[in-house]
Design a protein around this ligand. Sequence first.
Ligand code: ZN
Length: 123
Amino acid sequence: MAMDKKRLDQFKKRLEDRQVELRRVVSNRQQDGRNQGEDIAQDIADKAASSYNKEFLFSQSNNDRQLLNMVDGALARLREGTFGECVSCGKEINAKRLEAVPWTRHCIECQEKAEKGQLEAAR
Ligand SMILES: [Zn+2]
């Protein structure tokens, strides 16, 4: 059962908005990371705090980047006409799940398997 165009357009809009937002966040954070490196604190306590911050910023930006990749992937599937299908088993992803997490790649069953490490590498 294919999704109607109107619904697809709504998802497209949401994903594109998200993509713009994430791109901004990711590039701002790269900037922050650089600034942080430039004013490395003189004193050890400051140094420790600053490296902690850097690590924090780094892990945050990794999450954002990962999310951005997933959003990019979802938009690519939208263009290919496979949006809303599980990339692993090809079944339709539950509508509510898709509504909540439009960039999701897996149906709930495959997601659970993936979390348990039982899923073979995604196509
Ligand atoms: Zn699946």
